[in-house]
Ligand binder design. Structure first.
Ligand code: OAD
Ligand code: ZN
Length: 242
């Protein structure tokens, strides 16, 4: 099966990659679904919606700061590193990630778009000003950082019930429509709109390679499904690409 993926990639010049939490699992960052997934132990409605933030911003920040700490200590794993190598082997490459952990950028990937934001950025809930990092002076009032305008800052991530950044989505679709191949790695394929990517790719004849520990709702329509760890499968693939 891996040979099918290698054959597709060898004849491809334009590569699109979609990643999800599974690619960072081997860095020790919890995924969202599955036995040890965050949504098993934490409530989406209490922590990852605009309503949750309106009700209890300190609780929401506490949870995001806990995740920031885990992510800060984590390092990119072989899957992230191999994607940096893969990027160099194609004429055009776009990596769209649902992850907010910055690990693709830390590994050295260049053309990365974030569909769900970035956990290290924050943005004003009122004026929309974006802060790349939060300094101690901004973190006042019961651990809820504030903007220079006085309003609360919120993590610059996409919460449930919120629209995804349209410019990023449109740029991704435009790239996908020209791509020869799409690798979909470490995502459960249940969160929209990313979950629609295989179907969208089909309409323009883009070949789809899925890399995941297990089958997902996307598996029936992909061209090649590779079951296993992202680090191992991507390492094997790159060793066959010139
Ligand atoms: P999920 O936690 O839903 O899915 C992780 C996927 O990675 C699963 O399909 C696992 O089988 C797979 N996986 C785990 N370890 C792996 C490994 N070492 N190698 C390969 N695959 C592995 O994460 P996402 O699909 O990213 O959104 O979740 C999508 C969105 O739902 C997230 O961005 C987040 C979440 O709620 C928001 O917070 C808006
Ligand atoms: Zn503001």
């Amino acid at each position: 099966m891996i040979q099918n993926a290698i054959d597709i990639l060898k004849t491809s010049k334009i590569l699109f990659v979609l990643t999800g939490a599974g690619i960072s699992a081997e860095s020790g960052i919890p995924t969202f679904r599955g036995v040890d997934g965050l949504w098993k132990n934490y409530s989406v409605t209490d922590l990852a919606t605009p309503e949750a933030f309106a009700k209890n911003p300190a609780l929401v920040w506490e949870w995001y700061q806990w995740r920031q700490e885990i992510i800060s200590r984590a390092k990119p794993n072989a899957a992230h590193t191999v994607l940096v190598e893969i990027e160099k082997k194609f004429d055009k490459f776009l990596l769209l990630t649902q992850n907010v952990d910055n690990l693709h950028q830390r590994a050295g990937s260049k053309n990365v778009l974030e569909l769900h934001g970035n956990i290290f950025r924050s943005r004003c809930n009122t004026c929309g000003m974006v802060y790349e990092t939060i300094t101690k002076t901004e973190a006042k009032a019961a651990n809820v950082p504030t903007c220079t305008c006085g309003s609360f800052l919120r993590p610059d991530v996409v919460w449930f019930g919120e629209p995804i950044p349209q410019d990023i989505w449109q740029e991704s679709l435009s790239f996908l429509s020209k791509a020869d191949c799409a690798i979909i790695c470490g995502t459960s394929g249940v969160v929209w709109p990313a979950a629609a990517i295989p179907q969208i790719a089909k309409t323009t004849g883009t070949k789809i390679i899925e890399v995941n520990l297990e089958q997902t709702p996307m598996t029936p329509i992909v061209d090649v499904s590779l079951l296993g760890k992202a680090s191992e499968i991507l390492t094997e693939i790159v060793s066959h690409l010139r």
